[in-house]
Design a protein around this ligand. Sequence first.
Ligand code: IFM
Length: 974
Amino acid sequence: MVALDATFEALLFDWDGTAVPDRQADASQLRGRVEALCAAGVHVFVVSGTHMENVDRQLRARPAGRGRLHLCCNRGSEVFEVSAAGPALVHRRQATVGEDRALTVAAARTVAALRARGLEAAVVSQRLNRRKIDLIPVPQWADPKKADIGLLAGAVADRLAGAGIADLAEVVAIAAAEARQAGVTDPHITSDVKHIEVGLTDKADSATFAAHWLGARGITGQLVLVAGDELGPVGGLPGSDSFMLVPALARAVVVSVGVEPGGVPDGVLHHGGGPAGFLELLDRQLARRRDRRVPHIDPDPAWVVPLPHRRAQERVAETLGALTNGQAGMRAVREEAGAGGVPYLVVSGVYDAGGGLLGGPRWTGTEPARSRRAGERRWVDLRTGVLFRSDEGGEGLRSLRFVSAAAPRAMAMRAEGPAGALAPGAALRSPGGDVDFAREPRGEVDRARTRSGEAEVAVAARQWVGGSPERPVLERLAVWGTARDGIPGMDDAEAAFSEVQGAGFDALLAAHRSAWARRWAGAAVTVEGDPDSQLAARFAVFHLLGAAAGSDESAVGARGLTGEAYAGHVFWDADVFVLPALAAIWPQGARAMLEYRIRRLPAARAEAARRGLRGARFPWESAAEGTDVTPRMANGPQGQLVAIATGVREEHIVADVAWAAARYAAWTGDGAFLTGAGRDLVVDTARYWAARIRIGPDGRGHLYGVMGPDEYHQAVDDNAYTNVMARWNLRAGAELLEQTGDAQDEAGTWRRLADLLVDGWDGARGVYEQFAGYFDLDPLIMREIASPPVPADVLLGPARVARSQLIKQPDVCMLHHMVPGEVEPGSLARCLDFYEPRNAHGSSLSPAISASLLARAGQPERALALFRLASRLDLDDVTGTTAGGLHMATLGGVWQALAYGFLGLHADGGVLGVDPCLPAAWSALGLRFSFRGVALEVRAENTHVVVGCDRPLALSVGGRPPEALAPPGGVIEL
Ligand code: IFM
């Protein structure tokens, strides 16, 4: 029974008949096990119809560990948490006076109805939220043993037949009808065969409470074991324990230890053995904990991403399985793989002398495997942020590792397997390549570092090896460190190690799961009707949440912390694609990204000054210092050297940085940011544009010799995107100066310059010209060449493409996405009609933004095709470049397409708007995010929008005037 040979994080079980034979039985054996399980970190939920004192008197457990014991009593109406101090009420369903009265009337009416049919019955007890009616007032059944349930059912059936009642189900139906007549709106009728109970709750309420409590800790589905003894039908009714099988536990492992005369429902395991069999199951769990077996994941297809397993895709799998926490990132290199030379563990902001992210020591490596079992697979569990490896039967190599989301320096791994597949070896190893690596174990702590120039990435680790010679078990705890404030990296790592070691693997994993549950609580995404898109969207959000730290500064590179492409350099990808998503789903991460820019303002000012200009010029690519690190040459597709002009010409990044600051402030409501720490991001960039603009003979403002987002056209004049963004920047800067009463003359100059800047608007065509002379180029369209996405410059040659109207990615249309208030009202549709056929989608940044805009333009099906392309871009390695790391901008674009495109979120004048436009395949789209400090869940269906909020807010739906919404929210028709 493989499913029971898993490590469960929580146990939920029925009391009477499952955990104990009856209410008088000695429960001391059970007590010891429950306390031991809690000490090992397992959460235990006891479910019973009776009141708490009965269960507690018998169990008398006083757990003191990390695992929590809950007694869910009074047939779902109360929950007590038991600590060393005893039980404490944590939840009660309190009936109103009216409900209580209605229950009494319901019970009396039921008895009367049964008597009218000729069945003698009586109300025998009235407890919190329920009334108990005896169906068989015959002395020998006063206290039936569980084992006699079949006989009892026969006796009851005879009595019912005598009254012309078909079965217990009919009695339940009668009671439900009478209860409704009595005013009980949602009666819960239960039966233990001898009685029926009319109540407001049942075991389902206990199970739902437990599922939600556990879900908030990242414990779901198959991490939960549900045990009962009456899961199958009894006396024509569903077994009393089947009420525990609530939708929220649909994926739990369910086992019956009962006799189950009517068999067990599909999906329920029949273990049998009664309470003794149950104790045996607990012993198995205790043994797994003692032996430090590899924990499990909940293999929920809506949350787990399988990694490609063909050897040729190994580097892609390493990227897709990367784990990051905003401060450190680790690729999914197999334990037994040799050093690959690709940076494996990287720390945000730590670059080597060559300008790329410095790869740190390997701490997950084992000796090369002598055997690998066929059918072995690896998965990333997005819900809990772990990488899991196993084969079908669980007999080969199994491992689980994570980079902690709760303790950002901590990392941990467990592995087990046949000796041929797992030989632990040294805890720390060189990452390979020609990196300067040193290892200096101290006592039981292994220490190692890599170094390049001043930079170091170090790891302190400790391993434990157990299991048997045939099947070793390995546990490693590790902490990363860097050289800082004169302290060597290894000392930095070691200093943080003792805390991590003190917590231990299980506690670290529990805290990590909880941290991910909290993150998802503010960032969940559901795409109903399209499971592939939903999983891909969750993959995007998972990596966005792992891209930035929650404090200090975050340098979010084009590939995040997941791969070596673009050397970990920070582009506009961070400001324009990633940051808007984080402002909504992880605002502190967005703030840390802006902090990165704020701290590099001196470098940006120096660069402007070097050019004889005022203000701040942010570089196209930056790393630790904030100076321009854009390469000037690179290898072309045929290995030939090609000049890179982006560093010189893609100056729009200057306005993009300012835009990110303003977007963050507007979305989060952090108004003080723009007048405080973030002010110079807007003001100094505006100052740069004011110095950079030239007034032409036509008396208009111009920006000569730039490159827009469309990199197929490299040195152009008056790129619409650059000019309009510069105009926006000048106006935003002026507004800030005006607000704060500073430099009014300068503000006036900026406004005048903004008005003078040409923007390429062609009124006759109703379209912006992408740059001066663009309309005169060869009017090629993609349909005549190849189906996008294609690198048109590689296909046709850069010179040919530069002479044509083909574009690499949205350029003009990017304005409609970012600054709709700066473009001609109503120009989106015409611009999309013109530019989309010319768009090769040759950049990974392209499809998601086009998808978003097409949805805004009321074309959800075209939008969906591009959305699918964007959301699968890495998962299917569409561009063949995923081995170098995830495309962070694409992932940010995916969230933006969902939010701004399909859901139609927008913020005008501080008021949130929702205006959904869903493709036919999606029955609903739901996002959780925050807006100006209000936590929201917005779910759009065809005809209405369901909004949940934790604070009052004004919301405009479908373009209508805003309406006030109070917590918990409401349903608004479209
Ligand atoms: O920033 C992008 C650019 O827009 C297109 N080329 C790749 C860069 C990094 O992702």
